[in-house]
Design a protein around this ligand. Structure first.
Ligand code: SAH
Length: 523
């Protein structure tokens, strides 16, 4: 579609739909594939939802033209300065696009949803459509995609639908929300609290649904009444389906969304650094109504207005787990937090025990476990790769199992030449266990076996020491430490700057012996 010599290029305003790459039209896709230049609005950090929809289609033959917004956050209240900055931004963007069109290159401007529905494309259209051959390609709009995802029809027969921007005054919104049958409210973000209050004033709060990132991976659908205003992104809208004689089926669907069962989510916070918290865990923590956990772990979770916190002492795991189910049985969304991974010497197991032993009704609740980076992984990463081959994890605590079992497992793991991660190596009450463990290990390993003492990894008092097994001493190890013990092949080496690495090679013996073993296997 590139213009021939002397001819200007064609401009396309292309709606790419709400986010799911399957919801772009065939025509839009064909145009994106064929044009020379693909332009799209982009935040300063480079993220562009419109580009993400067609990312798989873009290749080296395309010239990409990100149109970087002059502001990082969306400003809903028009200020003179904001208006002027946006005006200059559209002028500059239009000039950059015009340069390509003048050179005979076709340009597609990508727009989320539909280009003529609250899209920034319109401002470029105003500036360019008179001057260049232009075509606008309709896209699936977020309101329609949202309704489809809800599974609730919007309007029937002679009822009408009203689309409102959340930027209107609250009283204006409340008035207009009494005039129609179905409504969609766009541009939430910072307008959210006002929008919700208008919805309640208009008396339509009981059937108002909130949809975030409809059709994208992180889609979220909840009754409007359950939304935490601080969690509302720009990519969200409210849908109020038509009420007039709402068929039972639709009323049921809304009540199903509204009467979601309570939720117990066990979340691993990782070993201490906020960078090591999974995005899924962060999302669950934001959406929780209640947080339960050992007080120092809860202290790592940022405070959120409206969220209840139930800090507890250490060692009351079962009480904590039961408390979570009691709250969830009353409709709460509860996050039970653990450090590291919740399934490794942590709360997920206590939650399972409480669930199995608890009232049958608890099993109808929504129960979910979000994994985390465990202390041994973080410690191993800091040291190099000491757990790079077969390894096992053993807790030295004899609070929940007799010491004989611990001793037996240590001996078995050591004799089988596993690398070991020793959790709960000591505590203020348990002093002798680690020295006893060293004695057991020394029956199967040389005194020079590399050992990593990893204390508070990812936390403020992080410290890593690489020693030999013979030097392992309970006085150097506290409860915030995980101890990694190497195998018979684990090695260390030095790097400049006093850095030392520890790793366990991938093979036993030399590469040559491995090669010949493979050959004889084939023979
Ligand atoms: N669920 C946690 C383990 C809880 S048991 C996890 O997966 O990491 C508690 C033990 O974990 C502590 O005694 C210590 O051995 C280890 N540990 C937890 N966080 C740690 C950290 N940041 N640095 C070193 N060891 C840690």
């Amino acid at each position: 579609m590139n213009g021939s010599h002397g001819a200007v290029g064609r401009l396309y305003g292309v709606g790419v739909g709400p986010g799911d790459p399957e919801l772009i039209t065939v025509r839009a896709l064909r145009i994106v594939r064929s044009v020379a230049v693909v332009a799209y609005p982009s935040a300063r950090h480079g993220r562009s939802n419109a580009r993400a929809v067609v990312a798989g289609e873009l290749g080296p033959r395309h010239i990409e033209l990100p149109l970087i917004y002059p502001v990082t956050t969306e400003l809903e209240q028009p200020k003179a300065g904001y208006e002027a900055a946006m005006h200059a931004f559209y002028d500059a963007s239009a000039a950059a696009i015009a340069a390509h069109l003048d050179a005979g290159r076709d340009v597609a401007i990508l727009c989320e949803g539909d280009p003529f529905f609250y899209g920034s494309y319109m401002y470029l259209h105003d500036r360019l459509a008179q001057r260049y051959p232009t075509e606008v390609v309709a896209g699936v709009c977020s309101v329609m995609a949202g309704a489809a995802r809800l599974g609730v029809p919007l309007v029937r027969r002679d009822t009408e639908m009203t689309i409102l921007p959340g930027t209107l005054e609250e009283s204006e919104l409340a008035t207009r929300l009494q005039t129609g049958a179905a409504y969609a409210i766009m541009k939430l973000g910072r307008n959210f609290a006002k929008v919700r209050s208008a919805v309640e004033r208009a008396g339509v709060g009981d059937r108002a649904l909130y949809i975030e990132r409809a059709t994208m991976a992180a889609e979220r659908i909840v009754p409007l009444r359950d939304v935490d205003p601080q969690s509302v992104p720009y990519f969200s809208l409210v849908i109020v389906p038509g009420s007039q004689v709402l068929p039972d089926r639709d009323a049921l669907r809304i009540s199903q969304i509204a009467a979601r069962p309570g939720r117990v989510c066990v979340v691993g916070l990782g070993p201490g650094a906020s960078d090591w918290v999974a995005p899924e865990a962060a999302r669950e923590l934001i959406e929780a109504t209640d947080l339960i956990g050992y007080a120092p772990y809860l202290a790592r979770v940022p405070e959120r207005a409206g969220q209840r916190r139930h800090p507890s002492d250490n060692r009351v795991e079962i009480e904590r787990a039961r408390h979570a189910f009691e709250l969830a049985a009353n409709g709460a969304r509860v996050c039970v937090v653990s450090s590291g991974d919740p399934g490794i010497f942590a709360m997920a197991t206590a939650v399972m025990e409480a669930l199995e032993a608890g009232p049958p009704a608890w099993r109808t609740l929504d129960v979910h476990v979000v994994p985390g980076i465990s202390a041994m992984q973080a410690a191993a990463a800091r040291a190099g790769a000491p757990l790079g081959h077969d390894f096992c994890a053993i807790s030295l605590s004899d609070r929940l199992k007799p010491w004989e079992i611990v001793a037996k497992r240590l001996a078995a793991a050591a004799s089988a030449d596993f690398a070991l991660a020793l959790y709960n190596p000591t505590s203020s009450q348990r002093r002798w266990q680690l020295d006893e463990a060293r004695a057991i290990l020394l029956r199967h390993r040389t005194p020079q076996t590399p050992v990593v003492l990893a204390r508070d990894i990812g936390g403020p008092s992080e410290a890593l020491r690489i020693i030999e097994l013979r030097e392992l001493d309970a006085r150097d190890v506290d409860m915030r430490t995980v101890v990694l013990v190497g195998t018979s092949t684990t090695r260390t080496f030095d790097a400049p700057g006093g850095r030392r690495f520890v790793y366990t090679p991938r093979t036993y013996g030399t590469a040559a012996t491995v090669g010949s073993a493979t050959a004889s296997d084939r023979a």
